[in-house]
Every structure is written in structure tokens, then in C-alpha cells.
Ligand binder design. Structure first.
Ligand code: NAD
Ligand code: ZN
Ligand code: ZN
Length: 361
């Protein structure tokens, strides 16, 4: 059996997305069919539409989603119809060299659905990050479904599926922020603000938010930043040093993805401190640093893929903290929109007007 549902498709590079009817197959072995309840609009969806990820058009966009499992294929035991799940793009294989060394959050062979979703004429779709959840139903690998407490709102829960997890994880998993640490976050969009929240959860004593936009800094303060720096007006490296007794922060999280902000992170860090790059650069970008400074300043220069999260470990825990009032996921939902408003949401994201627009079904 197959299902015909409405979905947001990017047919060609740079062109506005369109609302289409697509065909979703019933789940085969190891797969799950999910009725999507909410899906956030992430910068990465826009990257796909602009051809910045690869050329496998048409794309089925959307990947920050929560929903209910409608059916599962043969051999699926971890989730069952009726389960409320967050979709993840790290369904670990258990067999690659990372998994076998006990580091599944680096898994190099993550699973996606084997069967293809298609347009009505049979053209195969490429789902964004192997998810494709700007659709009433989507087909994923069962391991991409992480069961969490049904009491959470789908719009808030779905955000853990990508950007918010990336930011929180950049602080707590990759940066290993601890009690009493000083932390600076450069770039306070959805990901950077989530890093602020993560640093707060981990017990950081000082959290310095850096952005070019005062609106973003105001939100960062609401989410737990203790100090702000507008780097259009002030040199952020000097400002961060001043706020940390002249030394720099223990952990600096770069959530923009540009060489100049990476350099700021590098020099705004205390000796033996940690830089975490969670912002994603584009292919032409280059970084130049005196090698002596790389050596002489010591510490760790790390990149954070998806917040080094392990969905089965992190999603249920973070949803529990959210339900206890300790993790303000709702604050990331600036607006809820309908499926046909994704193109408009891209414009608002581009203008910096929103942290997240979330499609609610
Ligand atoms: N590593 C991962 O797994 C992962 C996952 C999701 C997203 N990301 C990446 O994280 C980055 C941020 O994503 P987002 O959704 O928060 O985007 P966003 O557009 O919402 O936020 C970017 C923020 O950076 C600020 N900014 C831009 N240039 C700046 C500068 N020179 N100095 C200081 N601030 C500056 C903007 O004002 C904005 O507030 C993107 O590169 C995105 O691709 C990474
Ligand atoms: Zn693996
Ligand atoms: Zn995303």
C-alpha cells in the first residue's frame, strides 16, 4: 500500500519551494511510517533549496520534526504504532568503527529508509537529512524515531531533532561545559541560543552572548546569557577578555560558521580552553592562524556534528528536563505556521526575524 500526502518540495536550485502531492510507501523491513505533527524550518532546509548541500533535486524538505508512528515494518522492535517520537538524523548502525569503539555519537554509517518517496509521476525525492518532514507523513528508518514523553508539545519537541540539539550538545557534549565555567557563544540564532541554554544547564557561571543584532542578544538574555556583546559596536575578543578578568572564556562556541568569527572564538578563549565550531562553513572558506598561537594557547579546537548527540540518550532526557520546567524549548518557537507558508518562513529567517518558524499539522 502507499499513501498520498501533501508535502513541501524544492524542485530546482534557488526556485521557491512548492506544495506537492507525494507518494509515501508503507514501511518495509527496518522502516517506520510517521504521521508528522510538527516540523521546524531550519537554515539547512534553505541550504538544500539553494543547492548548497548537493544536487539531488527534487528535495523533500523538513527535518526538525516530531510525530506519531503510524506503522512499522518487519523486524522493528524499538518503536511501535502510537509512539510519540522525535525524528533524528543519527540512527546509529552499531557496527562501524566509531560504534564498535563505544562512540556511537560519531557513527559513520547512520541509517535512513531504503524505499524512496516519490512525486506522483514516480520521480524519486531526496529527503533532507534523510527525514523529509514537511509532509503529512514520512518514511524513515525505525532508528530515526526516538520515543519521548507524549506530554511535550510537538512544535517544541521537534526542534530537538536538529538545531536546538546541535546547540545544547555543542555546550554539554562537545564543549564539556562544567559547573563554574565561563562560556562565550558567538552567533545567537537558534543554534547559539541553544548553546546558551546548554551552558546554563551545565552550570556555567558566566555566559557571554555575542551577536550583531540586539534583538538576538535580548533573546539570549531571556534564555540565560549573563552578559551580551554587540560585535558590530565592540571588539568581541576584548569584551570577552574584559568580562573574564582579562583571560578569556573557558569554552567559546562559534555558532555562525565563518572564518572571522572562528578567529574571534580562538582568541577569546583562555589558555588551555576549548573552541567548539558548531556553525557550518561553506566550501570556499579558509582559515589562517599563526601555528605558534595554535600551539602556545593549548587546549582543544573541536567541531560539533549535531551536538555529538546520541538521540536515544539525549532526547528523552532533555524532554524530561523540559517538562520539569528546566529547559525552555517553547522559547525557540517564534511562530507556528501552515505547510504552505514555508517559503515565507525562509524570508523571515533570512531577515533574522525568527528563531524558529514551526509548521504544525
Ligand atoms: N553542527 C551542526 O550539527 C549544526 C546543526 C544545525 C545547524 N548548524 C549551523 O549552525 C549555524 C547557526 O544556525 P542557526 O539556525 O542558529 O542560524 P541563524 O541564522 O538563526 O543564526 C545565526 C546568528 O549569527 C548571527 N551572526 C551572523 N554573523 C555574525 C557575526 N559576524 N558575528 C556575530 N554574530 C553573527 C546572526 O545575527 C544570527 O543571530 C549555521 O551555520 C547552521 O548551518 C550546525
Ligand atoms: Zn555506526
Ligand atoms: Zn536543521
Amino acid at each position: 500500500m502507499t499513501h498520498q500526502v501533501r508535502a513541501v518540495v524544492a524542485r530546482e536550485q534557488g526556485a521557491p519551494v512548492s506544495l506537492e502531492t507525494i507518494i509515501v510507501p508503507d514501511p518495509g523491513p527496518g522502516e517506520a511510517l510517521v504521521k508528522v505533527e510538527a516540523c521546524g524550518v531550519c537554515h539547512t532546509d534553505l541550504h538544500y533549496r539553494e543547492g548548497g548541500i548537493n544536487d539531488d533535486f527534487p528535495f523533500l524538505l523538513g527535518h526538525e520534526a516530531a510525530g506519531v508512528v503510524e506503522a512499522v515494518g518487519e523486524g522493528v522492535t524499538d518503536v511501535a504504532p502510537g509512539d510519540f517520537v522525535i525524528l533524528n538524523w543519527r540512527a546509529v548502525c552499531g557496527q562501524c568503527r566509531a560504534c564498535l569503539r563505544g562512540r556511537p555519537w560519531y557513527c559513520f554509517d547512520t541509517h535512513n529508509a531504503k524505499q524512496k518517496m516519490t512525486l506522483l509521476d514516480g520521480t524519486e525525492l531526496s529527503p533532507a537529512l534523510g527525514i523529509g518532514a514537511f509532509a503529512e507523513k514520512t518514511l524513515v528508518a525505525a532508528g530515526q524515531c526516538t520515543k519521548v514523553d507524549r506530554a511535550a508539545s510537538p512544535a517544541a519537541a521537534g526542534l530537538l531533532g536538529c538545531g536546538v540539539m546541535a546547540g545544547i550538545g555543542a555546550a554539554i557534549n562537545t564543549g564539556n561545559v562544567g559547573r563554574g565555567d565561563t562560556v562565550a557563544v558567538i552567533g545567537c540564532g537558534g543554534v547559539g541560543d541553544a548553546a546558551v541554554v546548554g551552558a546554563n544547564l551545565a552550570g556555567a557561571a558566566k555566559i557571554i552572548a555575542v551577536d550583531l543584532d540586539d534583538r538576538k542578544l535580548a533573546t539570549a538574555v531571556k534564555l540565560g546569557a549573563t552578559h551580551t556583546v554587540n560585535s558590530q559596536q565592540t571588539d568581541p575578543v576584548e569584551a570577552i577578555r574584559e568580562l573574564t578578568a582579562g583571560f578569556g572564556a573557558d569554552v567559546v562556541i562559534e555558532a555562525v560558521g565563518r572564518p572571522e568569527t572562528y578567529k574571534q572564538a580562538f582568541y577569546a578563549r583562555d589558555l588551555a580552553g576549548t573552541v567548539v565550531l558548531v556553525g557550518v562553513p561553506t566550501p570556499e572558506m579558509k582559515l589562517e592562524l599563526p601555528l605558534l598561537d595554535v600551539f602556545g594557547r593549548g587546549g582543544a579546537l573541536k567541531s560539533s556534528w549535531y551536538g555529538d548527540c546520541l538521540p536515544s540518550r539525549d532526547f528523552p532526557m532533555l524532554i524530561d528536563l523540559h517538562l520539569q520546567g528546566r529547559l525552555p524549548l517553547d522559547a525557540f518557537v517564534t511562530e507556528t505556521i501552515a505547510l504552505d507558508e514555508v517559503e515565507k518562513a525562509f524570508e523571515r529567517m533570512h531577515a533574522g526575524d525568527v528563531l524558529r518558524s514551526v509548521v504544525v499539522f
